[in-house]
Design a protein around this ligand. Structure first.
Ligand code: PMP
Length: 295
């Protein structure tokens, strides 16, 4: 479902058919979860594919690689161009783009010796849907920040996300909410978290989270709209007592939450700050003025 016989990817410096591309079974990334990836959205604006904040995503990819010792011999401006070519070759407009840097064969527990870059893309609607989410607090905590570089988007970190998400789904919920090692609220398996209390927004600070590009955009939207937002630690009990909450991420966009652990938020979603921000985010990503940015 991510590709068919005609799908073209950019892999190891060439545009090739995904069905014919070959990864090496001895790759360090496959064995040890030692790779780095990104997730970008492209939006159809007046019939053109327009990426949202591609520079920020590729900068984070370079940062993540450097943070864990994966060679990054790539030029980000060129990668943005290659991404647009992948979209064009596959006739994609509303799409999700997945760049991945993987390391070649190395069975030693030492840093990457060589790296390969993949850029794949596929059609993408809303990730968590537009309906409100029922969320369960996960028994899986976010990884200890002293054990991983948690603000790097490293493939192996996502085992933690898979464990948390699957348990929540098995229990009949839509999504999980993970705490950090001190039992403060951290984030979702693939999205950041905000809560609303007495007309103000709160989001966990950096430390145990992946500091999302969407989280930063939401904070900017708040500043422009005069909405008070602070980055501070809070507990799950404080969330139970709050007025509303949402997840945000490139794929999730701004996704409202109806309940946490079967406790419903006080305000109807349409009356929350999250709802206002959701609308502003949607118009920002599809803003016509952005067509000229990369055209
Ligand atoms: N946290 C995690 C663990 C994620 O995987 C993501 C998705 N990349 C996010 C937060 C949101 O990040 P962004 O807004 O940059 O997509």
């Amino acid at each position: 479902m991510y590709y068919n016989q005609d799908t073209i990817i950019y892999y190891k410096g060439e545009f090739v058919k995904a069905a014919n591309a070959r990864a090496n079974l001895y790759d360090q990334s496959l064995h040890y979860g030692y790779g780095v990836f990104e997730g970008l959205r492209s939006y159809d604006i007046d019939g053109k594919a327009v990426l949202f904040k591609p520079e920020a995503h590729f900068e984070r990819m370079a940062y993540s690689c450097n943070a864990v010792g994966i060679p990054y011999p790539f030029d980000n401006e060129e990668l943005i161009q290659k991404t647009y070519e992948v979209l064009t070759l596959n006739n994609l407009k509303d799409a999700y783009v997945r760049p991945l840097v993987s390391c070649g064969p190395n069975m030693q527990l030492t840093k990457g010796k060589s790296s390969d870059l993949l850029i794949a893309a596929w059609e993408w609607g809303a990730y968590l849907g537009n309906t409100l989410l029922h969320v369960q607090t996960s028994a899986f905590q976010r990884p200890n920040p002293a054990a991983f570089v948690v603000d790097a988007k490293v493939t192996g970190h996502y085992v933690n996300s898979i464990l948390a998400c699957q348990v929540a789904k098995d229990n009949g919920y839509d999504e999980a909410l993970l705490l950090d090692i001190n039992n403060y609220v951290a984030e979702g398996p693939g999205a950041n978290f905000f809560m609303e209390k007495e007309g103000k927004l709160f989001t966990p600070p950096c430390g145990s989270i992946l500091p999302g590009i969407t989280r930063k955009t939401v904070i900017e939207i708040c500043k422009e709209s005069g909405i008070s937002v602070s980055e501070k630690h809070f507990t799950i009990d404080e969330v139970y007592e709050s007025d509303g909450a949402f997840f945000c991420g490139t794929a999730a966009e701004v996704a409202g939450i109806a309940s946490l652990d079967k406790k419903f938020f006080k305000k109807p979603w349409e009356e929350t700050l999250g709802f206002q921000i959701q609308k502003k985010y949607k118009s920002l990503v599809t803003e016509k003025a952005r067509v000229s940015e990369f055209a």
